[in-house]
Design a protein around this ligand. Structure first.
Ligand code: NAP
Length: 281
């Protein structure tokens, strides 16, 4: 068993994803030694292949965790967190989601529970919808490129959070004491509706982009027609339903509490994304 990991590297599990990539970059910018992990990294890590865990975890002092994102995620978290704690990787920072608690569905919080029960010095980050959904996830990016955001969000709004802010919070929590046993809800500074989001992207890019509210049924049918599994389509529709019903509109102060500065606004994200050519020239 490894001991004395206090000078060891910081693990980023999910390092090729939207937040993990940014957490890795931010930690490196801070001068930290980072072991970037995913199934495809030079040192591979697979939630479902425990033979990858030893090399991935060896000598590390803390880890950022994007979970397995499937029905086995909590069981995998329970196994991995115990494994890591036994090897002296005591500080574990989990990316969860703000909506899970409000959903009233205990299953959605099972991964958090598994981490808390592991004996780790845990911290949980619960972000709202990522702004980068509009640039890096098919579910919002494809409709933007198609010029029509057909979503079951009515006129509801959500305070999208910038994945750069999530990464900055994660890096701070991984590298500083005082965050153990805390849960930080992370949102942007104001709720933005899909109509406003579409208008802002259209204005900034010069592309025609408009918001068309649709029913949940027709949204699910559209996703399934594009090849999505019906269960997955219904789950995404339910998440958008929370936006429509206003359950996701409130602001959270996690970014300010951890970083001592306000979160970035959606308009800044759109400006930067457009400048970077995220929606084409
Ligand atoms: N998108 C949103 O608006 C939003 C809002 C709130 C919360 N969240 C939460 O954010 C999390 C997703 O984070 P993200 O967007 O940063 O990630 P992501 O972009 O979905 O990327 C997933 C990462 O996990 C890795 N991965 C996938 N399967 C793996 C496996 N079996 N073993 C090891 N690594 C694996 C992937 O790399 P490889 O494929 O190379 O292995 C990749 O690095 C989810 O838990 C979601 O609930 C998302």
């Amino acid at each position: 068993m490894e001991r004395g990991n206090e000078h060891g590297p910081l693990l980023v599990i999910g390092s090729t994803g939207k937040t993990g990539r940014r957490v890795t970059a931010e930690l490196r910018r801070l001068g930290e030694s980072v072991r970037a992990l995913a199934r495809s990294t030079p040192t591979p890590f697979d939630w479902f292949d425990e033979s990858t865990w030893e090399e991935a975890v060896s000598g590390a002092r803390a880890a950022y965790l994007v979970d397995a994102q499937d029905e086995h995620a909590s069981e995998r978290m329970r196994a991995f967190a115990s494994y890591a704690v036994e090897r002296d990787v005591k500080r574990l920072v989990l990316l969860s989601a703000r909506g899970w608690e409000a959903s009233g569905e205990p299953g959605l919080l099972a991964t958090e529970k598994a981490l808390k029960e592991s004996g780790a010095a845990w911290t949980i980050l619960r972000p709202t919808w990522f702004m980068q959904g509009f640039t890096e996830d098919g579910i919002l990016r494809d409709p933007v490129l198609a010029g029509e955001l057909r979503l079951p969000c009515g006129e509801g709004a959500t305070p999208f959070v910038d994945a750069e802010d999530i990464a900055a919070v994660a890096a701070a929590v991984l590298t500083h004491d005082g965050h153990e046993g805390r849960t930080y809800a992370l949102s942007g500074p104001r709720a933005v509706g899909m109509r406003e989001a579409a208008d802002m992207i259209a204005k900034e890019t010069g592309r025609p982009v408009r918001y068309v509210p649709v029913s949940e049924e027709s949204y699910v049918a559209g996703l399934v027609a594009q090849g999505a599994a019906p269960e997955q389509a219904r789950f995404v529709a339910k998440l958008f339903g929370w936006v429509r019903d206003g359950e996701d509109a409130h602001l959270s102060d996690g970014v300010q509490r951890v970083l001592g500065r306000p979160p970035r606004d959606f308009s800044e994200f759109v400006r930067r994304a457009a400048d970077a050519g995220a929606w084409g020239p």
